[in-house]
Design a protein around this ligand. Structure first.
Ligand code: GDP
Length: 550
């Protein structure tokens, strides 16, 4: 049952956009921000105009590292109702999977973006499994329909074969590759044809005759899938009647939230086709904070579990999911409020660190502006200025409330280690401070110093991960450093799992053979295990399994 003070939550969607690098996540996100009215220019992604990738390095490298939460408003094109969509940025590179982990923890639904000329790529597979692990409902966006080699069918068959999920196409492309002109909405049975480059000039019409056979076939399948999860549609299906649009939306929504249906859409973010319909689908099919299981927490000194349903009048329960050094205001702590209301100027209790802490100011982040607010309510995401101790995954509760720890974030063990020293000896102390600060922001980044040799080592999730941190050390802390050769790297690209004896386990339905596995070096210590899809799989891997492809 929903109380009166919870009704705003029906119009909230907290979503992540997850994808393989280069699938078009940044472009899609940027277009979403454009259409939701918060940015005013459509910029090419890597020319510095993209608003999500605002860290200097991200722009240079074209990789989204940070998982910032951005608040946008969207008015559904068909119903006219307004929604708040919080977009939690997730990275696409394998080295930053902890960022994916932490965003998965705080979002309620995700859009998986695929490059329709590539289908399901390995990293999309990893992200998909992470979403499975966190029980995140998803819709899929088959992007780049304008690109040579684009195939909607390829994406559909890859979702089935590689991800083992049942795709439910709710759209069909009119033309592919350079002939891609528009999108047929199979639920509302309308054709959307794009007539200008900005994608703002859209003609909505009946479905052109030439597509009718295909549409009938695909719609029949969609109705069948909807009938499987919803009785009303099932009744109509059995009686040979057409379900209404509302009944179809309700059934597909139910199936998506239960993760039995994965709606698939298509479009071209770059050519501004299909992004508005994608936003409509986010609203139609992804859950509101009221439709996901309440977060659980453990009461201190007890095995008792408590649940925190999304209710602004309930007890405060929030999770810090990202710490960022901000050039203007210092330390920003991104939080998701699960229950209760966080007030600016109030005290909270950090149950992880067992410390009282003060909430200074509260910010809601928009694509190109920051809005200061006096409170953040259940279901909302925002940033706090002033918290001194909060780290990623820390639980924040009301000061004086029963002490409870929320389910937190899995932090994988680092897989690569490098020795580091400042170029100038005098910078030793400054380097130590800088590294420590960076480690506070990123739980997969560790700094150690060897007592005997006096040498400092840094470890993280991959070479690129460490390279970026060394780069940040230079930019943000003005310390230039030399690094040694990687001492260890457990993995380069691992697309297979190993079992406890270190034997490779064949996965059913997966692509690739043993030969695809590339592993660069031996484990740090015998028995340390290997990492596969961010899960540590125990056991030693015999030498003969090292780098078998070479
Ligand atoms: P990300 O790494 O997933 O964030 O991907 P980006 O958004 O940075 O896009 C990667 C590349 O694909 C860029 O060169 C984009 O211009 C290009 N791209 C993105 N969307 C589309 C699309 O719909 N069609 C085509 N042809 N290219 C696209």
């Amino acid at each position: 049952m929903t109380t009166k003070s919870q009704t705003y939550l029906h119009h909230f969607r907290n979503i992540g956009i997850a994808a393989h690098i280069d699938a078009g996540k940044t472009t899609t996100t940027e277009r979403i921000l454009y259409y939701t009215g918060r940015t005013h220019n459509i910029g090419e992604v890597h020319d510095g105009a993209a608003t999500m990738d605002w860290m200097e390095q991200e722009r240079e490298r074209g990789i989204t590292i940070t998982a910032a939460a951005t608040t946008a408003k969207w008015k559904h094109s068909a119903t006219g109702e307004e929604y708040t969509v919080n977009i939690i940025d997730t990275p696409g590179h394998v080295d930053f999977t902890i960022e994916v982990e932490r965003s998965m923890r705080v979002l309620d639904g995700a859009v998986a973006v695929f490059d329709s000329s590539q289908g399901v790529e390995p990293q999309s597979e990893t992200v998909w499994r992470q979403a499975d692990r966190y029980g995140v409902p998803r819709i899929a966006f088959s992007n780049k329909m304008d690109k040579t080699g684009a195939s909607f069918e390829l994406v559909l068959s890859d979702i089935k074969e590689r991800l083992g999920a049942i795709p439910a196409p709710i759209q069909y492309p009119m033309g592919q590759e350079s002939e891609f002109k528009g999108i047929i909405d199979l639920v509302r049975q309308r054709a959307h044809t794009y007539t200008n480059d900005l994608g703002t000039d859209i003609t909505e019409s009946d479905i052109p005759e030439q597509y009718m056979d295909k549409v009938r076939e695909m719609r029949a399948q969609l109705i069948e899938a909807a009938a499987e999860v919803d009785e009303d549609v099932m009744m109509k299906f059995l009686e040979g009647e057409e379900p209404t649009v509302e009944e179809m939306v309700k059934a597909i929504r139910k199936g998506t939230i239960e993760k039995r249906i994965f709606p698939v859409l298509c479009g071209s973010a770059l050519k501004n086709k299909g992004v508005q319909l994608l936003l409509d689908a986010v609203v139609d099919y992804l859950p509101s904070p009221l439709e996901v299981p309440a977060i659980k927490g453990k009461l201190e000194d007890s095995e008792e579990t408590v649940e925190f349903p999304a209710d602004p009048d309930g007890k405060l329960a929030a999770l810090a999911f990202k710490i960022m050094a901000d050039p203007y205001v210092g330390r920003l702590t991104f939080v998701r409020i699960y229950s209760g209301t966080m007030q600016s100027g109030s005290y909270v209790y950090n149950a992880t660190k067992e410390k009282r802490d003060r909430v200074g100011r509260l910010l809601r982040m928009h694509a190109n502006s920051r809005e200061e607010v006096t409170e953040l309510r259940a279901g909302e995401l925002g940033a706090v200025i002033g918290l001194k101790d909060a780290g990623t995954g820390n639980t924040l509760i009301g000061d004086g409330d029963d002490r409870v720890l929320l389910e937190s974030i899995d932090v994988p063990e680092p897989v690569i280690k490098l020795a580091i020293e400042p170029k100038t000896k005098a910078d030793q102390e400054k380097m130590g401070i800088g590294l420590q600060k960076l480690a506070e922001e990123d739980p997969t980044f560790r700094v150690e110093s060897d007592q005997e040799s006096g040498q400092t080592t840094i470890s993280g999730m991959g070479e690129l991960h460490l390279e970026i941190l060394v780069d940040r050390l230079k930019r943000e802390y003005k310390v230039e450093a030399n690094v040694g050769a990687p001492q260890v790297a457990y993995r380069e690209t691992i697309t297979r799992a190993v079992d406890v004896e270190g034997k490779f386990v064949r996965q059913s339905g997966g692509r690739g053979q043993f030969g695809h596995v590339k592993i660069k070096a031996e484990p740090l210590e015998p028995g340390a295990g290997f990492i596969f899809e961010n899960a540590v799989v125990g056991g030693t891997v015999p030498r003969e399994f090292v780098n078998p492809a070479q």
